[in-house]
Design a protein around this ligand. Structure first.
Ligand SMILES: [Cu+2]
Length: 365
């Protein structure tokens, strides 16, 4: 992979998530360590300057377009981009040079523009309020390993043969997607995508989670959270609203993110009445032990129902609990099922989990 990283930092995929306030002056200095020219475009941001001049497309000696914007020279060249952050929302930034190759190689990241004075809103609308402790970002992308091998070996690649085999959320494939942010064993893929929420409660948990989806690939990723709809509130930095500000947000079971697009959703989990693993456990009959799956750790699982039991039920030798505190886990994944594989192997790829704790939270065991 190639990627953008912080100067002096380690390689990371995707590039660093940039968070700025609308109206802020943004400066990004690009230092190019690649053996070919590269650049950064900021789709959705107005009047980007490069080296203090309006950023310009570049052509080769015969007039063919080689870059959508001003480049940094190979092997150590630099360019500094400046712009004033535009409307609040979620945006890609990515290479504008030899885009088919350089985007596939991993030269992309996310730019989050927050409304001025409202870091807990997705946009200027008061109904875009979310819980800042429950803000998630899904950078969706894919890899054709043959293309990468060709680049590594300095060969050309016939892009008509392009065939993605790996599909990622934040540069990770399932099961790495559910590992924590900055997990020590994933030093070059710092961003996790495990959603961790509690059911809606007007008194104790009134705010929704916010999920920002970005598509840095070349095909649509029909993302599908199990168990709950999400409320689509913005796309490409535009709130879902009519000309007079009418709320046009809508609830959907499928978040279809097209190439180059961003989609922001609010997720509110409403299932409070069933939630108390001590006094009101969900009336589910746990199957016989031999019908449960043990492990891979010290837990048991069974299908057909999301309820995982509660601490203190029947447990096989060596197993300490069915789950931590009565929480649920729902899968969330691309519904184009090939995208939920690692080179065809199922239950991988563009897939993660949504964890829902009891309303009281999950006390440490
Ligand atoms: Cu599914």
């Amino acid at each position: 992979m190639w990627s953008f990283g912080n100067s002096g930092g380690v390689f990371q995929l995707p590039g660093p998530t940039l968070c700025v306030e609308s109206g802020a002056k943004v400066t990004v200095a690009l230092h190019n360590a690649l053996p070919e020219p590269t650049s950064i475009i900021f789709p959705g941001q107005p009047q980007v300057l490069a080296g203090g001049q309006p950023a310009q497309p570049e052509n080769d000696a015969t007039g063919n377009l080689t870059s959508l914007t001003t480049t940094a020279a190979p092997n150590g060249g630099s360019t500094t981009y400046t712009f004033t952050a535009g409307a609040p929302g979620t945006y890609l930034y990515q290479s504008g040079t030899d885009v088919q190759k350089q985007q596939q190689m991993g030269l992309f990241g996310a730019l989050v523009v927050r409304p001025k004075g409202h870091p807990d809103q997705e946009n200027e609308r008061a109904d875009s309020l979310f819980d800042p402790a429950r803000e998630y970002l899904y950078m969706l992308s894919e890899v054709d390993p043959d293309a990468h091998l060709a680049v590594e070996r300095g060969r050309g690649y016939d892009w008509t043969k392009y065939k993605a085999r790996y599909f990622m959320i934040n540069g990770r494939s399932m099961p790495d997607t559910i590992a924590p942010n900055r997990a020590a064993w994933l030093p070059n893929q710092p961003y996790g995508s495990l959603i961790h929420i509690r059911p809606y409660d007007a008194a104790t948990n009134p705010r929704s989670a916010l999920i920002r989806y970005l598509n840095a690939g070349v095909t649509s990723y029909p993302f599908h959270p199990h168990g709950s709809d999400e409320q689509l509130i913005a796309r490409d930095g535009h709130p879902a609203q009519g000309p007079a500000g009418q709320d046009l947000s809508y609830s959907n079971f499928l978040i279809d993110v097209a190439p180059g697009q961003t989609v922001d959703t609010l997720m509110t989990w409403r299932d409070s009445e069933h939630w108390d693993p001590v006094t009101n456990p969900i009336p589910v009959q746990l199957p016989q032990l031999q019908d449960q799956v043990v492990g891979p750790g010290t837990e048991t699982w069974f299908s057909e129902n999301p309820y995982l039991g509660y601490t203190g039920g029947q447990l096989p030798p060596g197993v300490v609990q069915n789950n931590q505190c009565g929480e649920y886990y729902h899968v969330a994944h691309s519904h184009a099922l090939e995208q939920s594989t690692n080179y065809g192997a199922s239950f991988g790829g563009m897939m993660t989990l949504i964890r829902i704790d009891p309303p009281v939270g999950c006390p440490a065991p």
